[in-house]
Design a protein around this ligand. Structure first.
Ligand code: BGC
Length: 778
């Protein structure tokens, strides 16, 4: 699609290119030590250092600290996502933000293109999540940034949502456990992490406009969409980004309930909230609702905020609170104390970081079906045909939008599998064109056909349906008819309708697997790595099965399915999906046995142990999953995931594994008390290796009903429901005309989408490996 220049300008910051920002002022340690800035290099607690700094700040200093430096229509350049200016007089370094959740974005090069977050979540591996976060932190810092705009912790409510590949799955337990590990990884590198997007951000259509409204009941909001923030807050996440949608009629970036009452009150968040880019719609209301930092521009939080302070419509204490919340994590991550290093042009990818990407891609690829075809045996695989443009020039290592990452180069399936054929002396042929008859002819004579199909998903635009392209569907049907030994590989950001692949013997979901796509795929197909991914989302059997299938739900915004999102919906409705949440195959087999629910511990948790055994002949990993029911009497609570572990075992090996259900795990949100409550009674516990295969059963008996969280505090005195009056909104939109235009542009893009982005500096091609010497299949 060609984008008109004016619109292109308006849309650019949305995702693709980075914003031009003011120059950062580095504070070398030596200078800092001599400077009149006692908060620099101090060993005092961060809160004390922040208080000292605050006492030295003028109104101008404070105002400068609560907004970004970019003018909305400034020219764009490859310089991060945005910046809060440095303040040389007070030795405050610039706060420089970079996207995003899948590695360094903003059109940067020389970075590691990690697999998409959905692939990380499919690993169900906390340690890999920490390593993934550490790569992001390290590379952000190498690029001169100190604020990473991730992890994204939106719940994957519908596979048609444009940012589904950035989502971490359909279950809050899985999402929060891995996001905590990723956050620790990012923050271990001295970089602030940002959990996003608060709250109930489940679609792109109408985003950032008045029409984009998530209507969600309180219990669902708490148990599903807000719950991941609680663990992130407890883990010390530095910042939280508000979202483009409205929550029950109020723009998220001026919503008192989610930002102040829940996040800062109920959950005790000490860091700062930051607006999504051009996601603000108000100044006074945002400040009073709890939004601390405007990004990337200054319109609402410069002159407008000064006026509001002068008119006493925003209290000076509130401005102090905003600044304190921003500088405290900067002290905690050492941002004040180290010389600013790194530049946007630096090459930051390393061999070690690429290895993390490969490990995640391998562990996150889910083997959905295998009728004895995989792993391929080089002795019997004497000829191989690789089909599909996504095996070559259209290979997708990354999704689109602000989570897009540009690899140096992508090793394609075509290259890796042709090299494999050369290595094993097999003959090799390929076809990346669109004609089903030619694809079938190529596949027919081969011992094995591998078909790679793809679907590009991107921020800014939802998908209409779950279908693969017509070409991919026809090619799949033709090839699977022509060759019974067909492997289908999905290079997609979300579940798709896999019925055209029904004739295949093996099916894998590789998601967007990052820069070493082909290498990892060859390792998996030939069994050098054993698949261990488990689905973090349900694959529906048809679009009609989706919890939000009705248009008023998606993209209409009515979350009437309530808690019944993902596997909870299929259980509630008695539907059989194509592939269940938590499922995934291996080249070996496992057994689970001897479940014991231990006595309740002093903290109210129950240990749940079982024996896991590798009953096959290969080393491999499995993921025992623990689910719990509420006792009879707690209305409409579906069975839900509470804990899991990723266990690696040698053939024949076994291990006693202990999972835990905490008191909070057994709780539900009580709307009459505005808090979590653990109900007395028998809570059934289930363990198995997917949400639909739970052979082991136990019980946690809870003697008395108790509260397990603080109650949501009431809205602070004087705050409104969140929105400014109609008159004030009009005034804001007038004063922040450019910002308003940008916000409108963001909404507009949700209908038309944006052009596809570059996958790699050296674009993938249909060229096979130069080392391939195998003879061609006729
Ligand atoms: C996205 C954010 C992102 C920001 C900065 C917005 O379009 O919604 O997730 O961090 O841009 O690029």
């Amino acid at each position: 699609m060609r984008v008109r220049p004016a619109l292109a300008l308006a849309l650019a910051p949305l995702a693709l290119t980075a914003l031009s920002v003011g120059p950062g002022v580095a504070v070398p340690a030596a200078v800092a030590a001599e400077s009149p800035c006692p908060w620099v290099g101090s060993t005092a607690p961060s809160a004390e250092r922040a208080a000292k700094l605050l006492a030295a700040m003028t109104l101008d200093d404070k105002i400068q600290m609560v907004h970004g430096t970019a003018a909305p229509l400034a020219p764009y350049g490859p310089v991060q996502a945005g910046q809060v200016a440095a303040n040389g007089r007070l030795c405050i370094p610039a706060l420089t933000a970079t996207d995003g959740p899948a590695g360094i974005g903003n059109a940067a090069t020389g970075v590691t293109q990690l697999p998409a977050p959905i692939a990380l979540w499919a690993t169900w591996d906390r340690d890999l999540a920490r390593r993934y976060g550490a790569v992001i932190g390290e590379e952000a810092r190498g690029k001169g940034a100190n604020l990473a705009l991730g992890p994204g912790i939106d719940i994957a409510r519908d596979p048609r949502a444009g940012r589904h590949f950035e989502d971490l799955g359909e279950d809050p337990e899985l999402v929060s456990e891995l996001a905590v590990a990723e956050t620790h990884g990012i923050q271990s590198q001295g970089v602030l992490a940002t959990a996003k997007h608060l709250a109930a951000y489940t679609q792109e259509t109408s985003r950032n406009t008045d029409a984009g409204d998530a209507r969600v009941d309180e219990r669902t909001l708490q148990e599903l969409y807000l719950a991941p923030y609680e663990k992130l807050v407890a883990a010390g996440v530095d910042s939280v980004m508000c979202s483009y949608n409205k929550v029950n009629g109020v723009h998220a970036c001026n919503d008192t309930y989610t930002m102040t009452q829940v996040l800062k009150g109920q959950m005790g968040f000490r860091g700062f909230t930051v607006s999504d880019w051009f996601g603000m719609h108000a100044s006074v209301a945002s400040a009073n609702a709890g939004l601390d930092l405007q990004m990337p521009d200054a319109c609402y939080y410069d002159t407008r905020l000064r006026t509001a302070l002068a008119e006493k419509r925003v209290a000076p204490q509130r401005l102090d609170g905003m600044v304190t919340r921003i500088v405290t994590p900067m002290f905690e991550r050492g941002v004040f104390d180290r010389p600013a290093t790194g530049t946007p042009g630096a090459r930051v990818t390393t061999t070690a970081n690429a290895q993390v990407g490969r490990d995640v891609a391998a562990a996150g690829t889910v083997l959905l079906k295998n009728d004895g075809l995989l792993p391929l045996d080089p002795a019997t695989t004497r000829s191989i045909a690789v089909i599909g443009s996504a095996a070559g020039r259209n290979a997708l290592g990354s999704g689109g939008g602000s989570a897009h990452v540009i690899a140096d180069r992508i090793t394609t399936p075509l290259q890796a599998l042709s090299a494999e054929a050369a290595r094993t002396g097999a003959s090799f042929t390929s076809y990346t064109g669109a004609l089903p008859s030619v694809a079938a002819d190529k596949a027919r004579g081969a011992d094995v056909a591998v078909v790679v199909v793809s679907k590009l998903m991107t921020e800014s635009k939802d998908e209409w349906d779950l279908q693969l392209s017509l070409t991919d569907r026809l090619v799949l049907e033709a090839v699977t008819r022509a060759n019974p030994n067909t492997v289908v590989v999905l290079d997609t950001g979300a579940p798709v309708d896999v019925s055209p692949a029904r004739g295949a013997k093996a099916l894998l979901s590789a998601w967007y697997p990052g820069q070493d796509y082909g290498t990892v795929l060859a390792d998996l197909l030939y069994g050098r790595r054993n698949p261990s991914g488990r689905l973090p989302v349900t694959f529906p059997a048809s679009q009609a099965q989706l919890p939000a299938a009705a248009r008023d739900r998606f993209p209409g915004g009515d979350h009437a399915e309530g808690l019944a999102v993902g596997y909870r919906w299929y259980a509630q409705q008695g539907l059989t999906p194509a592939f269940a949440f938590g499922s995934g195959l291996s080249y070996t087999t496992f057994s689970y046995s001897d479940l014991v629910v231990g006595a309740e511990q002093a903290d109210g948790s129950f240990p749940v142990s079982l024996t896991v055994r590798n009953t096959g002949s290969r080393a491999g990993s499995t993921v025992p999953q623990l689910y719990a029911d509420q006792p009879a009497g707690v209305a409409a609570t579906p069975r839900a995931l509470k804990d899991f572990a990723k266990i690696e075992l040698a053939p024949g090996g076994s291990r006693r594994v202990t999972l835990t259900v905490t008191a909070r795990d057994l709780s539900h949100w009580d709307t009459s008390q505005d808090r979590w409550v653990r109900a007395a009674g028998d809570h059934a516990l289930w363990v198995g290796d997917s949400s639909r295969d739970l052979p082991l059963r136990g019980t946690a008996h809870v003697a008395a009903t108790t509260a397990t969280s603080a109650a949501t505090p009431p809205a602070p005195a004087g705050s409104t429901a969140g929105n400014e009056t109609a008159g004030e909104s009009v005034k804001d939109a007038f004063v922040c005309g450019a910002g308003g235009f940008m916000a409108g542009g963001v909404g507009l893009a949700s209908y038309f989408g944006l052009p596809a982005q570059q996958q790699a500096v050296v674009a993938p091609t249909d060229t096979t490996s130069t080392t391939a010497t195998g003879t061609q299949v006729p």
